[in-house]
Write a protein that binds this ligand. Structure first.
Ligand code: NAP
Length: 503
């Protein structure tokens, strides 16, 4: 099955276009024209989303659960076509896209069963105490309610699982919030076919068309207008620190500020404790190389930094370089991301005290791995070295002691993940680092690599700024629904007036 995009926006159940077009920039295959989004489309989508909220926001959980399952089914039905256009647009291998599709439909089905169970409502009851002195207590009930229309910005590197019907959209729809997606310009055709699946599910379930709209990009004013629209009540964003920060600031400056849940970049440091480094440093280095180059290093959880004892660093660096070298060139998501990777590489290479370990050559839309080395003192002195380079670049930070590892850990800004590699004999040092690392990251791991993010009840994908703009939240896993809910207390409301979920 081949898919040829028509290039339109989906606004409240209608496919519409504007006069201007932009051309997609596929990694391979034909380019297609897409209608450029504009402020008028933002207005239409947001107004329709607010209209839809009055039915969708008050729908019963069984109906929303059926809707989420229907979206997953419609995505499955278009599986081959999604893989075909997704692979053409992003250059990601078909196997990766098939896996990501499974994750996307899995998330939708997980949310379907999660809302059916109802625990997310966090229902609380304080029974009336009419005889309490000096004052009686009224009947009090609390429940989580949906917040209203939500804007979603997908990421370039997860065209399915963090995009049109990705985690943010699934969580918002599960909560009862209509969604307006700003399509990512790196994969507009993939966005279109997934929007088609959501549209089919809306029709099958008889829902208001305003429950979901997709506005293709092409110009930055779409995103700007969307986060500033007064009917939008929260934003889910996955992308770069620069883009996320710009949109976050706009949300804060609104007459009615709204929460901006930005999942941004991270360097995801790994700390190789002394015994683990001495007993199996070369194995850890080889595992690191595999994690670093997975998907051309285009993961927000890519472990860009390894902190290693100086007397173990030569062996560790040699093993990592040996494992990285055969990787060769990998296609990046866009020309711009490839150019930004080379800029990041040059920035690191120019850092004071930075030494080359593995240099390769990459150009155009390709990335090849790079490996550098720097002392802990130079790393701490140079903030640029603590910034994410989006791509397969590793930096080994050498330290003289666990005290210096601790100093590095304390100097970190917020991270999505931090990793400890430890043997049993490292437990004392690990106990020392853990309280520091848990203040820095949303997820702390031992003896693994952070690039796989499980979609589950316990997952936290977030962290203190700049890993995310809201450290109390996660964008992956069932807890992510809380971003699009707010608690409401009902005091003395008669049972036949209360929301069904509270009775
Ligand atoms: P991006 O360039 O920030 O783009 C994300 C979206 O925001 C796009 O729709 C983009 O529009 C829009 N945008 C960016 N800047 C904007 C601005 N100033 N005004 C209005 N709209 C703006 O990010 P990306 O290239 O897609 O993704 C790569 C980055 O995402 C990496 O840093 C990576 O670490 C991070 N990431 C984080 C996570 C996570 O969960 N924390 C997951 C994946 C990726 P256009 O389409 O018009 O460019």
């Amino acid at each position: 099955m081949t898919f040829t995009p028509h290039g339109k926006h989906l606004i409240a159940g209608e496919w519409v276009s504007t006069d201007a077009v932009f051309a997609s920039e596929p990694a391979h295959g034909p380019a297609h024209d897409f209608s450029v989004g504009n402020v008028d489309l933002v207005e239409r989508a947001c107004t329709a989303a607010e209209d839809a909220f009055w039915s969708f926001g008050y729908s019963i959980r069984a109906d929303r659960s059926a809707f989420l399952n229907a979206i997953a089914d419609e995505i499955d039905a278009r599986g081959d076509a999604i893989t075909q256009i997704g692979s053409q647009e992003t250059g990601l291998p078909e196997a990766r896209l098939i896996g990501e599709r499974g994750r996307t439909t899995g998330q939708l089905r997980l949310f379907a069963s999660h809302i059916s169970a109802g625990d997310y409502l966090d229902r609380r009851f304080d029974a009336a105490l009419p005889d309490r002195a000096p004052l009686p207590r009224p009947d009090l009930r609390m429940i989580q309610r949906p917040i209203g229309p939500v804007a979603v910005f997908g990421a370039s590197n997860f065209p399915l699982a963090f995009s049109t019907a990705g985690g943010d959209t699934a969580a918002a729809l599960a909560a009862g919030c209509p969604v307006v997606v700003k399509g990512h310009s790196a994969h507009p055709g993939t966005g279109e076919i997934v929007a088609e699946a959501i549209h089919a599910a809306i029709q099958k379930c008889g829902l208001h068309g305003g429950v979901f709209s997709l506005i293709q990009g092409g110009k930055r004013d779409v995103g700007t207008a969307l986060v500033q629209h007064p009917l939008i009540k929260a934003v889910g964003f996955t992308g770069s620190l620069a883009g996320g920060r710009a949109l976050f600031d706009l949300c804060a400056q609104r007459p009615e500020p709204i929460p901006f849940f930005g999942e941004l970049g991270s360097v995801n440091p790994m700390f190789i404790l002394p015994n683990a480094g001495s007993n199996r440093g070369t194995d850890i280095a080889a595992g690191w190389a595999a994690s670093l180059t997975m998907g051309a290093g285009q993961f927000c959880t890519n472990p860009g930094i390894a902190v290693v004892l100086a007397d173990q660093a030569d062996e560790f660096a040699a093993a990592a370089a040996q494992a990285l070298e055969p990787t060769g060139a990998q296609t990046m998501l866009t020309d711009g991301i490839a150019a930004a990777y080379r800029d990041g590489r040059d920035r690191v290479a120019a850092g004071a005290g930075v030494r080359d370990v593995l240099t390769t050559t990459c150009d155009l839309r390709n990335a090849t791995p790079y490996l550098f080395r720097v002392s802990g003192a130079d790393w701490i002195d140079n903030h640029v070295l603590a910034e994410e380079v989006f791509g397969p670049l590793g930096l080994i930070v050498t330290v003289d002691s666990v005290d210096e590892m601790d100093a590095i850990a304390r100097s970190l800004v917020g991270q999505l993940t931090c990793t400890i590699h430890m043997d049993d004999a490292d437990a004392t040092d690990a106990r020392r680092l853990l309280p520091v690392l848990e203040r820095k990251a949303g997820r702390v791991l031992a003896n693994g690599f952070p690039t796989g993010v499980e979609v589950s009840d316990t997952m936290v994908h977030g962290g203190p700024y700049p890993a995310s703009t809201n450290f109390g939240a996660t964008s992956v896993g069932t807890l992510s629904i809380r971003r699009f809910l707010r608690p409401v207390c009902y005091q003395n409301i008669p049972a036949d007036v209360l929301p069904d979920d509270l009775v």
